[in-house]
Design a protein around this ligand. Structure first.
Ligand code: EPU
Length: 438
């Protein structure tokens, strides 16, 4: 198994370039199933979740070509959903975004079949709003034996008005994808407004769909008969950028974070400023500088434009180094997104968790320890803790981190961090390579 070894206590300096947005990529790749023709995706992040999805599309009959590390051409003209192999189900069970196959298959074939999704374990992660929305569009949904199947009487969904009882990124995206080729008009109310939802809508529109209102809380879709090929460049990853911003806040130094949309980072920037981190914004970069002591702050996670739950472990780690007492409230997930705190405590953090609230008494220093990445963002938090800590930190289960961060070790090394990955990876060859070769 791979591990990261970090000799902490070195401030970060230099420039880091942010990759394409993971949560846009994991929606757009399945949505490509709807496209009859060649779809060229640019600025795709090189992470294991996108590799897994590209592999899944190949099992469904998609043809693919890698034009560069981050540009891929996908031709879904001949995709099908017949006799899909067990190896594909092993992949769909591994990742959360496999639930977008339901919307995409329904939109393309009028029927769907996939496993229940996997992904980071934050306790119960229901999909009732996905099912409610797709049912309203005329799908008959069945869940059983670890699978989700869906069918339609006429082979095509029909538009409907849907109100989401809970703001859900996944349900919003799944319904948009399915409705793009439904008959008539769909209105989705109380939707999520994350930047990757706008990105998915822009992708579909550039392939001939008619999706309006993405980024507001009502989305209106006029169904089209089919989608055509085209080229689309994904937005930069808001959470990857935020993670490097918090890394600088914790370790100190000055780093220019490029290929970002500063507007998407507003909430993270304003919290960091409150904590005595200096942030300068340019058109497509932020310059983050931290020299003085960190100040405490209170944070509550909320759907966009609120403070992202996917930044909660990283900011909590920074607050564990701030002067005074801070409070972080997890308001997006009902389940347990504080499991990583047990790991942070091994490094000397002083944090008490009560239900959805973490109360953090800042400490001057963290100290290196052997810790594990409980999930993707929790793993990023361990990296941040290790960079700021005195001594050596060893992080286990880093495969979770590599699901969502492109070349995190190389990017941090370029900023002067003493971090290395030891041991050979389990997979002899990245999936992306075999996907192209096959
Ligand atoms: N929820 C329901 N019913 C549903 C769907 C969601 O009750 O049908 C609840 C969830 O349990 C949660 C809340 O609604 O309490 C929000 O969940 P949401 O559906 O928005 O999350 P998701 O679609 O499962 C995506 C990202 C997550 C990110 C969340 C919130 C993907 C593949 N995953 O998950 O990303 O935390 O939105 O922004 O896009 C990550 O990148 O580390 C990650 C976990």
């Amino acid at each position: 198994m791979e591990k990261y070894i970090i000799h902490g206590g070195k401030p970060l300096h230099g420039t880091v370039d942010i990759s394409g947005a993971k949560n846009a990529a994991v929606a757009i790749i399945p949505a490509a199933i709807m496209v009859r023709g060649v779809c060229r995706l640019e600025n795709l992040p090189q992470i294991s979740d996108t590799d897994t999805l590209l592999h899944i599309l190949r099992y469904m009959g998609a043809q693919g070509r890698l034009l560069s590390g981050t540009t891929v051409e996908i031709d879904c003209t001949n995709v099908h959903m017949d006799h899909l192999p067990e190896e594909m189900w092993a992949m769909t069970r591994r990742i959360r975004a496999s639930y977008y196959l339901i919307g995409a298959m329904l939109g393309r074939f009028g029927a769907a079949n996939t496993t229940m999704p996997g992904g980071c374990n934050f306790g119960v992660r229901p999909i009732d709003q996905h099912i409610k929305g797709l049912t309203a569009l005329g799908a008959e949904m069945k869940v059983g034996g670890g699978f989700i199947t869906a069918s339609t009487k006429t082979g095509r969904l029909r538009g409907a008005t849907i109100y989401l009882d809970k703001i859900s990124v996944g349900a919003t995206i799944n319904i948009i994808i399915a409705a793009a080729t439904a008959e008539g008009r769909t209105v989705i109310e109380n939707v999520a407004r994350e930047p990757h939802i706008v990105d998915l809508a822009n992708f579909l529109n550039s392939m001939g769909a008619d999706v309006r209102g993405a980024g507001t809380d009502v989305i209106k879709i006029r169904g089209v008969k089919e989608l055509h090929g085209g080229t689309y460049a994904l937005i930069p990853d808001q959470i990857e950028a935020g993670t490097y911003m918090t890394a600088v806040a914790a370790a100190g130094g000055a780093v220019r974070i490029t290929n970002v949309i500063p507007k998407h980072l507003d909430c993270i920037s304003s919290k960091l400023r409150e904590m005595n981190v200096d942030i300068e914004e340019g058109d497509d970069y932020v310059l983050v500088r931290r020299e003085g002591p960190l100040r405490c702050a209170n944070i509550k996670t909320k759907p966009y434009p609120g403070f992202p739950t996917d930044m909660q472990p990283q900011i909590t780690t920074v607050l564990s180094l701030a002067e005074g007492a801070s409070m972080v409230t997890e308001d997006v997930y009902d389940g347990n997104r504080f499991k990583y705190i047990a790991e942070l405590k091994k490094m000397g953090a002083n944090i008490h968790v009560e239900d959805r609230v973490a109360i953090i008494e800042g400490t001057a220093n963290l100290t290196g320890a052997v810790v594990k990445a409980c999930d993707l963002r929790a793993g990023a938090a361990m990296v941040i803790a290790g960079l700021s800590a005195e001594g050596v930190t060893q992080i286990e289960d880093v495969q979770f981190i590599e699901r969502g961060y492109q070349n995190i070790v190389g990017k941090l090394q370029a900023l002067g961090a003493d971090i290395r990955c030891v041991d050979e990876p389990d997979e002899p060859e990245p999936l992306r390579t075999t996907w192209i070769a096959g």
